[in-house]
Design a protein around this ligand. Structure first.
Ligand SMILES: Cc1cc2nc3c(=O)[nH]c(=O)nc-3n(C[C@H](O)[C@H](O)[C@H](O)COP(=O)(O)OP(=O)(O)OC[C@H]3O[C@@H](n4cnc5c(N)ncnc54)[C@H](O)[C@@H]3O)c2cc1C
Length: 231
């Protein structure tokens, strides 16, 4: 109307007020120049589990790559920085004499949108299936949140999205591999926190909300001496 966005209307007819719209158009490998070569391509350059192409001694890594058989919980093309790094580390081993398969583990990404830092570990679907539940916490100023998805039967955690709070990759990868439960994860959240030392900690608020929502009694984290001093 006035030349500025007021809101968006979703396919289901829901109206969401907003002042800004960000479009995520996605990316695709720009490999047209390879079409006339002997390299096998599809949507990306096709590679096996060693990141080898169909031509001996020619490998491909990064955004341009399409895995011939991606692990069940990963996609064939994953154009993000961490994937490129992991592929580079894997291939370095192979070409220096220790053939190593690319085994990316659980999905993980971390990015920044203006000053909002967000991370994702594992699987956090936007629409939950019947056997999935979720725990959501948001700070009172609305600037930080976490969203954890779990299996309702055994409470096994499937993944987490965080906004404004940084987590440690190795801790979340370990928890997902060890199929930790929701209560374990919430009780041990300080172990995963990767915010700089003097940042305000939100674990006690998160744990209190969890206890009240789930009728449990997990231990509430105590701030360290320096956290008390600076928060
Ligand atoms: C706007 C934007 C934001 C992003 N934000 C994030 C983020 O927050 N987190 C994240 O994980 N990832 C992010 N990504 C993705 C990330 O940047 C890529 O996954 C990563 O850079 C891929 O590395 P790469 O080496 O495979 O490819 P690139 O970094 O694209 O490097 C390919 C290089 O090859 C060169 N090149 C291309 N064609 C030829 C040719 N014919 N001859 C010689 N050289 C050539 C290019 O100039 C380029 O330098 C973002 C990408 C974009 C575009």
């Amino acid at each position: 109307g006035t030349g500025k966005v007021k809101g968006i209307k979703t396919k289901s007819g829901e109206l969401i007020d907003c002042q800004f719209v960000g479009l995520t158009v996605g990316v695709r490998p720009n490999i047209d120049f390879l079409k006339e070569t002997k390299l096998e391509i599809d949507r990306g350059i096709l590679v096996d589990e060693y990141l080898a192409t169909n031509i001996p001694d020619v490998y491909a890594i990064g955004d341009c790559v399409q895995l011939r058989s991606a692990p069940s919980h990963r996609r064939a093309i994953e154009a993000v920085w961490y994937v490129g790094r992991m592929m580079g580390e894997t291939l370095a081993k192979t070409i220096t004499g220790s053939p190593t398969k690319y085994q990316p583990g659980y999905w993980f990404n971390s990015a920044k949108f203006f000053d909002i830092e967000y991370q994702t570990y594992g699987s956090v679907p936007s629409v939950l299936s019947d056997n999935q539940g979720s725990f959501y916490w948001e700070s009172t100023d609305g600037k930080k949140c976490i969203h954890v998805v779990y299996e309702t039967g055994n409470k096994k955690v499937l993944g987490i999205n965080t906004f404004g709070i940084r987590m440690r990759h190795e801790v979340w990868d370990k928890w997902l591999n060890q199929t930790k439960t929701l209560s374990y994860v919430i009780e041990n959240l300080p172990e995963a926190n990767f915010d700089p030392e003097f940042f305000k900690r939100f674990e006690p608020e998160i744990q209190l909300q969890y206890n009240s929502e789930f009728g449990e009694n997990i231990q509430i984290s105590k701030p360290t001496f320096f956290q008390k001093l600076f928060n």
